[in-house]
Design a protein around this ligand. Sequence first.
Ligand code: SF4
Ligand code: SF4
Length: 426
Amino acid sequence: MTKTKIDPLKRVEAEMKKCVKCGACRANCPAFSAFEREPATARGKVALAQHVMKGDITLDDGTYSAMSKCLLCGSCVDKCPNQVPTDEIVIATREALAQRRGLTTFHKAVGQVIKTRKLMNLGALAASVLGPLFFRKVPATSGLRLRFPMPFLGGSRHIPQIAKKPFMARHPEVIEGEPGKPRIVFFVGCMTNFVYTEIGEATLALFKELGCTVIIPGEQQCCGLPGMSGGDLDTVRELAERNLEALEGHRADYVMTACATCGGALHKLYPLVIGKRNPELKQRLQALADKTVDAAVLLQKLGLDPEQTGAGEALRVTYHDPCHHRTAGIAKEPRALLKGTPGIDLVEMEGADRCCGLGGTFNVYHYESSLKINAGKSAAIRATGADAVVTGCPGCIMQLSDGLKQAGDKTRVSHTVELLARKIRR
Ligand code: SF4
Ligand code: SF4
């Protein structure tokens, strides 16, 4: 794809002007609750973005650091009287900073990895074999930590084990269903493919149960969200185009994902970052976005009967709304399916739709703050007395598991589809 010199801040110039500096966004901002400083608020970031655009500020490490203190959760937008899209403004500013000063070494490496599926497959294979040696019970003083100076190895973080065989390597590209039933393209996502393969298996089992034909295009790539966190929007655009090629066609009725983050990329991010630079491409990406649907939403729409698929042991559960679901208005569908599942008792936690603190590479660069936000979520989960917390995003599953384990809590963390498929996967 041709790289462009368009200033990304132009894209959000009019939106920035809508900020009246009232500060109403502070109350809802998890970054502000963690850092307790004005630059971490939506208001602070909009003001900083305006300075970057005017060019009257030094683009030093402090500017980068301030702009990295955002989870892109979109919570501020809900509270803003003028609906200022601070998340979109932060995305544009991070790209502008990357254009003006270059990407960080870490984000350059992230971009290379997520653009090269072979590298991801190889890395996953190596991690599945070597992971247990390096990540389990490594003492804090171990020289291993010193020899592998990776930012995400810090602290006592709980890192999930990589699967021995990726989900996509276990299944053919086309799993034929019954004639006349919907044809569904499954966008798997990296976390489900390489880490939480059981989410993929449960999703597949449910749509097979409904008689659907499921197509898992082998050419699909990472959604690109990890690149976006560091301002590497060129990588996101490249992946958007490659995913478009892989997913469109197939005579599909729906493009389905069981990952809220991937859904957010396909639905909102891709058409947004293409902008006005390529109208024909934007139109195709919008058509892809219009066909994209979350697994729980589609299961409900197609009439899944959770009595037939999910009945199982008695379990008290609480539901965490991923930010990418909250912003897309997805909340009642997973709850309705869970409530209809024999054995499941759904209890609401306080602040179910509050961000868990993951926020892409926010969790890498600001791990202590991410953990602080996560601790509030763990406390809310614990207060319900639930045996399990359920959600619709593998990224949230990783984050919630880490937070609960850090608190010495044994509450299970599951994906909605895993509970909905308990009976048929027994
Ligand atoms: S982003 Fe919205 S809520 Fe926050 S200060 Fe600006 S106008 Fe007020
Ligand atoms: S997107 Fe989330 S973290 Fe970022 S400013 Fe808004 S509320 Fe705060």
